[in-house]
Ligand binder design. Structure first.
Ligand SMILES: [Zn+2]
Length: 111
């Protein structure tokens, strides 16, 4: 008999982002993004302003200090992480974009 290979169901990305600390008016907060493997990663967030206008966010991963910059000034958000830089053309937004967007929606942040 042939073994059956079952694929685990793909979890919705929107459910994998939550605030540990909600962002203050400067966008400083602590965001938890859960990886596909179920590992929580903690990021410090900050709003990026251009002459007082919100143009993006930075996500700094606690522990490693890796920082990703999200440009949210255009309709389609972009991120400077490797996943987005190299695979966005076929895979779409990275986990930072999906996670941050979902987390901001949850708290009713004006985007
Ligand atoms: Zn990213």
């Amino acid at each position: 008999m042939k073994p059956t290979i079952t694929r685990p169901p793909v979890k919705p990305t929107s459910g994998s982002a939550r605030w540990l600390t909600r962002p203050d008016s400067a966008g400083a907060g602590q965001l938890v993004l859960r990886t596909a493997a179920g590992i929580d990663r903690l990021y410090q967030t900050a709003a990026l302003l251009d002459q007082g206008r919100l143009v993006g966010w930075s996500l700094t991963r606690l522990g490693t200090g890796e920082t990703y910059h999200l440009d949210t000034s255009a309709e389609a958000w972009s991120c400077d992480c490797p996943a987005f830089t190299f695979t966005a053309h076929k895979r779409g937004p990275c986990k930072h974009i999906l996670g941050l967007a979902a987390a901001l929606r949850k708290i009713g942040w004006e985007m």
